[in-house]
Write a protein that binds this ligand. Structure first.
Ligand code: FES
Length: 543
């Protein structure tokens, strides 16, 4: 390798786990950042080794990057276990890379610090700001309604992703990196820095210097990921109007840390915290504006009274100390708590006979008129059925119908893909309809919007009540009462259940088989059962 003994002897060895890949557009700056981290590690007296790990590219993976979150987590855990490593820098940002890296490092429990990719620059088209995902969904509906030509569509595509970095709306990436910081795993303020700012490069070197100290001090993820840290993460998620995906990831991350976190915790906290980040899809701005307005530290300063400030962080200071002196420079982007973005909180948990183990909805991203709604169901048995029939005018759907998609959950799809923003029929789009109530056991992208009830558990593929819904059944959704009710008698549901049969998994071998056998439901975090916290894995004795 060309190293002298002096290069590594009596120095902490720092693994820089890099999720760079040619196929991951969000991480194209990570080769540079890895060098900047190394510079910091050398300066602080450590020995850096860059180790590539699987890159989960949100835009290009099939069936969904979520299917591979646990595989990356497993790779990270075993990479940190098998090599002689004293500390780790976790380089991620694109959606599932964030929870995966943290889950793996938590299970390995080696001193670690998270280096966020940072959001990309804001998009632009004809003088209008474009937000990742959110504006693509918006203009796709216009395209389907016949209001946008091919050339304009191509211009939009050229203008929406103009630099390295993750999606710059409050999608899963921006939500999960902010959460990583609030959990105590990042340098203060680092997660809001746009990917291409020179500040981002300087932050990377600071991360390199800091991990050497953490390695000497043996401060591990499980020292930081306490019940208080997860409380702070859920509060922040609600104030951000964060991605619904954050619920699944946080439950899985807590499971790795041995902390109990359930949908009831989200439900309880969501009743006290309103959205104050005016960022798309719940609000108007994008992440570059959020950074300029004071970033995550500015936001945390607004919700200070709701946080447990003694939680420790990788900075060596408490969360409270980290946000001391933080300011908000634009109170339209980061609102004070008495002037929230909307009346509703970030993510609501719904329960009822259609979702005994819970479902979620993001009310601030929905048409307000649909938040108390009942209507007839139109049911699609799987995604192929949805694609084949949704635009068929003979179905005669109206804006009052409730679109139901079955078999899109962790096992049914598989991988609980982001199909939950179910398409509105083209003929209704042409009539001006832009939102409808939609229910599925799928997830939706954090950049998506609409009255979409997601993560219905148990999922239909394991015989959850969603599998028993039929065309014309009345469904009632009440955000006020946090209720999801199927207006069919228990006797009738029992009769339907008797004739229901599970589909056999097509996966007989390999990762698909492992996934089908071990995946848990959405309300349990979709982790593999055997990766939950438990007794420490013994270190192999090689001598
Ligand atoms: Fe990577 Fe959105 S595509 S974060």
């Amino acid at each position: 390798m060309g190293f002298n003994t002096e290069d590594f002897q009596a120095k902490p060895t720092i693994a820089i786990l890099n999720t760079w890949s040619d196929v991951n557009n969000c991480h194209t700056h990570f080769r540079d950042r890895a060098e900047e981290v190394k510079r910091g590690v050398w300066q602080a007296g450590g020995f850096p080794l860059e180790i590539p790990v699987m890159s989960l590219s949100e835009s290009f993976m099939k069936p969904t990057s979520m299917y591979y979150r646990n595989l990356l987590a497993l790779e990270v855990e075993e990479t940190l276990r098998c090599y002689p490593v004293d500390g780790a820098v976790l380089m991620g940002g694109c959606d599932k890379t964030v929870p995966a890296l943290i889950m793996g490092a938590t299970s390995a429990n080696i001193p670690s610090i998270f280096l966020p990719a940072g959001p990309m620059l804001k998009g632009c088209w004809k003088g209008e700001t474009l937000g990742s995902g959110t504006d693509m969904w918006k203009y796709w509906a216009e395209r389907q309604a016949g209001n946008l030509c091919e050339d304009s569509w191509n211009e939009l595509e050229d203008g929406i992703a103009r630099s390295p970095g993750h999606c710059m709306t409050m999608g899963t990436a921006s939500t999960m990196t902010a959460i990583a910081e609030v959990l105590g795993l990042c340098l203060p303020g680092s997660t809001s820095i746009p990917a291409v700012h020179s500040t981002h490069a300087r932050m990377a070197s600071s991360v390199g210097r800091r991990i050497v100290d953490l390695a000497w001090d043996k401060i591990t993820p499980r020292d930081l990921l306490t019940e208080d840290a997860f409380h702070n993460a859920v509060v922040t998620d609600m104030a951000l109007g964060g991605s619904t995906n954050a619920i699944i990831h946080l439950i899985a991350m807590a499971g790795r840390a041995g902390v109990s976190l359930t949908l009831d915790d989200f439900d309880r906290i969501s009743q006290d915290v309103k959205v104050i980040a005016n960022i798309r899809p719940c609000g108007e701005h994008v992440m570059e504006d959020f950074y300029d307005a004071g970033g995550i530290l500015g936001l945390l300063s607004q919700i200070r009274s709701l946080l447990r400030l003694d939680a420790p962080t990788v900075s060596g200071e408490t969360l409270g100390k980290n946000i001391e002196g933080a300011e908000v420079f634009d109170d339209d982007v980061i609102r004070p708590i008495d002037r929230p973005v909307g009346k509703a909180g970030g993510t609501y948990v719904l329960r009822g006979n259609l979702a005994p183990d819970g479902a979620v909805i993001k009310p601030t991203a929905a048409e307000p008129g649909l938040l108390e709604h009942s209507g007839p169901a139109v049911v699609f048995s799987d995604y192929a059925d949805l694609k084949a029939r949704i635009h068929d005018e003979s179905l005669g759907l109206t804006a009052d119908h409730i679109i139901v998609l079955q078999n899109a959950g962790p096992i049914g799809a598989p991988g609980i893909p982001e199909w939950g923003m179910l398409p509105i029929p083209n003929y209704l789009l042409k009539q001006g309809v832009r939102d409808m109530l939609r229910i599925s056991d799928a997830r939706m992208s954090g950049t998506s919007y609409g009255a979409c009830v997601l993560h219905v558990a148990p999922e239909s593929a394991v015989g959850g009540p969603l599998a028993l819904v039929e065309d014309g059944d009345t469904i009632r959704v009440s955000i006020e009462n946090r209720e999801l009710h199927l207006d069919v008698s228990d006797e009738e549901l029992a009769r339907r259940k008797e004739s229901w049969e599970p589909k056999e998994s097509p996966y007989r071998r390999g990762y698909g088989r492992l996934y089908a056998d071990e995946i848990t439901q959405a309300n349990e975090g979709c982790d593999f059962r055997f990766l939950h916290s438990g007794p420490d894995t013994p270190e192999p004795d090689i001598f």
